[in-house]
Design a protein around this ligand. Structure first.
Ligand code: AMP
Ligand code: MG
Length: 308
């Protein structure tokens, strides 16, 4: 707590991924977050709040549909965009008139937020553009000395970042698929808009992101059972791998039972492990484009892109 009050950052477990958390209303703390993960300042941050936090302090307008969504999905992996109040530093929103807010479900995050009282900005605790951390050990690998304290809350339950919805402009639009399936949202509020060309875009959502150091290539179909996996290639498999025993060391299966929630929870750790093998390439099998599969495919697409 003393660290946070002093404008420093701490590694924080949430149910989505680990965050690098700092006082969202203190520009010095925000600057520390951007510097700590080499994040460009045009990429806005999400403000995390405790259950029951007086949202009116940071959001200028809370439409009824937002109240419906919060009642159903908070605490949880859903981020909402509101018109921001003056109190929120421009650094937090990259100069945008909207502020992104989420109430995380992880008990450690909730306890810290309750005690801190105000909002904490907490982007994923990785070097910018790299694989998000889903364990405390992964945070230490990514940020090491840059963070004075990492709270260990165990492996993240959800494993992919929050779903982001813009509720600030009348119609609700999807800015990023994530830990709450779109089908769950539409079941509660009906239609959710997508950007005109079907692409999911938000400022800071760069084409290349979540990337391992090993080049990643998405496959159009599962790896054929009768084909040997080249010795310099690793495979991120969806439901299983029928190849030779000797090849298994280079394979991670996301969800043998076909559960997309399990696949999401394992995604970043599996990528991290395959990356550590130092192969020439990682192949990734396709995952069904429903439920959390939307978020998984989005992350794999960005992990496979080069440049920005
Ligand atoms: P994360 O990297 O998980 O902390 O999420 C931050 C992402 O939320 C940014 O990269 C943006 O895509 C999105 N975001 C945050 N604030 C805003 C905002 N005011 N307007 C649009 N997107 C935002
Ligand atoms: Mg991130």
């Amino acid at each position: 707590m003393a660290l946070l009050r002093d404008g420093q950052c701490v590694g924080l477990p949430t149910e989505t991924v680990y965050g690098l958390a700092g006082d969202a209303l203190n520009p010095a703390a925000l600057a520390g977050i951007f510097a700590g993960k080499n994040r460009p300042r045009f990429d806005p941050l999400i403000l995390h709040v405790a259950e029951g936090f007086a949202l009116e302090k940071i959001a200028a307008d809370i439409p009824p549909v937002a109240r419906t969504l919060m009642a159903r999905f908070w605490p949880g992996p859903l981020t909402l965009l509101f018109a921001k109040r003056e109190l929120v530093p421009d650094l937090a929103t990259a100069g945008l008139p909207t502020v992104a807010v989420r109430c995380p479900a992880h008990p450690v995050a909730q306890a810290l937020l309750r005690e801190f009282g105000g909002p904490l900005a907490a982007p994923s605790a990785n070097q910018f553009g790299r694989i998000s951390p889903t364990t405390a050990a992964a945070v230490a690998d990514e940020l090491g000395d840059a963070v004075p304290l990492i709270l260990d809350g165990g492996p993240c339950r959800v494993g992919v970042e929050s779903t982001i919805l813009n509720v600030s402009g009348g119609a609700v639009t999807l800015l990023r698929p994530g830990g709450i399936a779109l089908e769950e949202v539409t079941a509660v509020i009906g239609r959710v808009g997508r950007p005109a060309d079907g692409a999911v875009t938000a400022p800071g959502m760069l084409k290349s992101h979540y990337a391992p150091r090993t080049p990643l290539e998405r496959l159009a179909a599962p790896w054929p059972a009768d084909r040997a996996l080249p010795v310099n290639v690793a495979l991120l498999a969806w439901r299983g791998f029928a190849g030779a025993d000797g090849e298994r060391r280079r394979v991670r299966v996301l969800a043998a039972d076909g559960e997309l929630s399990l696949a999401a929870a394992r995604l970043f750790q599996c990528l991290r492990e395959l990356d550590a093998l130092g192969m020439e390439k990682i192949f990734a099998e396709p995952v069904p484009a429903r439920g959390l599969g939307l978020a998984i495919n989005d992350r794999l697409e960005r992990a496979s892109a080069f440049g920005i």
